[in-house]
Design a protein around this ligand. Structure first.
Ligand code: AKG
Length: 255
């Protein structure tokens, strides 16, 4: 299943580097997104709902979806996705896939996604990492499209969230409210947002009856070295500390 991905513009790259996030309208065609939404709904319906973590209360997940599904694999490994990620992550020669995921946020089942950074959990020795969040259905702001604190990616590691109640970034660092909060975004199916792994982001609860469905893929600097930090995804893979992530779990995309 071929899903054409457009090349991002120079203005989008500049906006991302300045703000730590960007909106990428029509990254894929709406018809392609609709095809992916059908597959996503099937996977998400079959997911294990037993989890009761703070993350599980914010959204449901089907992690590593590109490992088993050819359409999501093709999208994840599309050379255009790799080129876009390399351009956004200034100074990076190539990227590897860190993780792919399907997310669902359903009214009545999930609440808001608290404001957090993605990087504090990661066993990489550098923070050049980003996540593309692709709307698979129309996601008006009231369904919980992401919000970002612009420029927060320039404030370094701000600590982990989702470890205990009340550890969202705004509670830990009230000064973040001095930064500009991105506007509520009305996304159409096929539109995406992209955020740096140090950018503080979150999402309100879904206030509509239909579920918010999205696909995410996270890319990181292919030259990053493994630090050995305990992390469920990398534990037991046999990665060597201070060596790159040369492993089939982290396919490399070169522009
Ligand atoms: O979709 C959400 O509500 C949160 C997703 C997120 O935090 C991420 O993709 O990094």
């Amino acid at each position: 299943m071929d899903i054409p991905v457009r090349q991002i513009t120079a203005d989008e790259v500049t906006f991302f580097q300045h703000h730590g996030w960007a909106r990428l309208d029509a990254l894929v065609a709406p018809e392609a997104a609709a095809g992916l939404a059908g597959r996503a709904a099937t996977y998400l319906a079959a997911r294990d709902k037993a989890g009761a973590t703070l993350v599980d209360q914010a959204f449901g997940q089907s992690r590593d979806i590109a490992d088993g599904d050819p359409a999501f694999a093709a999208l994840t490994l599309d050379p255009a996705m790799g080129r876009n990620a390399v351009r956004l992550l200034h100074g990076v020669r190539a990227v590897r896939v860190q993780v792919t995921n399907l997310l669902v946020k359903a009214a009545g089942e999930h609440g808001a996604t608290e404001f957090h950074q993605d990087f504090p959990w990661m066993p990489m020795d550098r923070s050049a990492m980003l996540t593309v969040w692709l709307a698979l259905v129309d996601v008006p702001a009231e369904m919980g499209s992401l919000r970002f604190y612009s420029g927060s990616h320039r404030h370094g590691l701000l600590g982990r969230s989702f470890t205990r109640p009340g550890d969202d970034q705004l509670t830990q660092h009230p000064w973040l409210k001095e930064l500009e909060l991105s506007p509520p975004l009305d996304l159409r199916a096929g539109d995406a947002t992209v955020h740096h792994a140090l950018t503080v982001h979150g999402a309100p609860a879904n206030r509509r009856r239909s579920p918010r469905l999205s696909f995410t893929v996270t890319y990181f600097d292919a030259d990053a070295l493994y630090t050995g930090l305990p992390y469920r995804q990398t534990d037991g893979l046999g990665l060597e500390v201070n060596r790159p992530f040369e492993h089939e779990r982290f396919p490399c995309l070169r522009p």
